[in-house]
Design a protein around this ligand. Structure first.
Ligand code: TXA
Ligand code: MG
Length: 325
């Protein structure tokens, strides 16, 4: 495995059916050619992920949508037009191009177009090298199954380095701008359904489509398993009042604290981060959870921002991190 800044190197590795960990605006993905069963099998090995879990196909552009999806409803096209490239994944009915090895044998496929400039270059280069205008990159988040998603190339290397092969590549595109995985909207029904909250909010989806966006879908999504996005440290969600009522001065174990900057650190707690906005909270969340493990903290107390806008996605990830394993 080598770490590089050169998107062409990543595209060449992908073209030759090796893996390339790639930066996106949300989190790093572990990419493989979406049309190659063997390359995709390597993703599951490196992640330690059950092989029936479907992957997101990252498309080079919106024009590639019809190569991978069929019977696409107007509301899904409206969402793609409005938010691509960007942190939005659409689940649509699949064409034959989306193999069982990509979709976990479901009759739908998850697609998105990333806005990260390096990722866009990788996709364009892969189109050029293969001569295939709609070639996609299958990429789940580049972490071991159930763990916290990586938001920097270093995190990918620490977590997956030992599971990658000599010809695999990690493309370093710096820290991810958003820091939380994309919003996933199921578009296989008559109206949009939220499968995973992210930076594109329900309100934005409803405004764009003029429809109600429900969030009670039965569709499988591994990110919706109760315990997920989970560090080794035990995370506990608390309100500001609960935090302030606690006495941490005699605690035997060191306890971390994650809360916005307006909340002061009670004596005895190890402050992990003090984000000054919801955007910053999202951006540093996974870094802070990894930091808790690096500091060998046994517990982390987290005060979530309010549950609207991006705050909904932060609360969702914190709740999963806090769920008993
Ligand atoms: O921001 C993101 O979405 C990142 C970056 C790398 O693009 N990717 C990501 O992938 O978070 P992953 O595999 O960690 O999460 C994708 C989620 C999984 O929970 C998967 O089950 C769900 O999408 N998914 C994929 N295909 C699906 C399908 N056909 N139907 C329902 N859910 C699907
Ligand atoms: Mg993931």
């Amino acid at each position: 495995m080598r770490v590089t800044n050169d998107p062409l190197e990543a595209a060449l590795a992908l073209a030759e059916c090796h893996l390339a960990a790639v930066p996106t605006e949300t989190v790093y993905g572990l990419g493989a050619r979406a049309d190659d069963a063997h390359a995709i099998a390597q993703i599951y090995v490196a992640k330690g992920r059950p092989a029936n879990h479907p992957l997101i196909a990252h498309l080079p552009n919106i024009e590639a949508l019809d190569a991978w999806g069929k019977d696409i409803p107007d509301f899904a096209r409206a969402l793609a037009e409005a938010f691509w490239p960007g942190p939005l994944t659409l689940v649509i009915k699949r064409t034959d191009r989306a193999g069982d090895f990509l979709t976990g044998a479901q009759d739908s496929v998850a697609v998105r177009v990333s806005a990260h400039p390096l990722m866009q270059t990788v996709q364009q280069e892969l189109v050029r090298i293969t001569g295939d205008a709609s070639i996609a990159i299958a990429a789940p988040s580049a972490n071991r199954f159930g763990q916290v998603s990586p938001t920097s190339a270093d995190h990918v290397k620490q977590e997956l380095g030992m599971f990658l092969s000599a010809n695999d590549v990690i493309l370093d595109g710096g820290d991810c701008e958003i820091g939380l995985e994309s919003t996933i909207i199921d578009c296989t029904g008559t109206q949009p359904q939220l499968l995973r909250p992210g930076a594109i909010t329900i309100e934005q989806v409803e405004q764009t489509t003029g429809m109600t966006c429900t969030h009670d879908s039965q569709v499988r999504a591994s990110g919706t398993l109760d315990s997920h996005y989970s560090p080794r440290a035990e995370v506990r969600l608390v309100t500001q009042q609960e935090l302030e009522a606690g006495d941490y001065t005699n605690s035997a174990a060191r306890i971390g604290l994650l809360a916005s900057a307006d909340i002061t650190t009670p004596i005895g707690l190890v402050r992990l981060a003090e984000p000054t906005s919801t955007d910053e909270y999202a951006r540093i969340l996974y870094w802070a959870l990894r930091e808790a493990d690096a500091l060998e903290l046994r517990n982390v107390l987290a005060v979530s921002p309010e549950s609207h806008g991006l705050g909904t996605a932060i609360l969702d990830r914190l709740s999963r991190a806090a769920h008993p394993k």
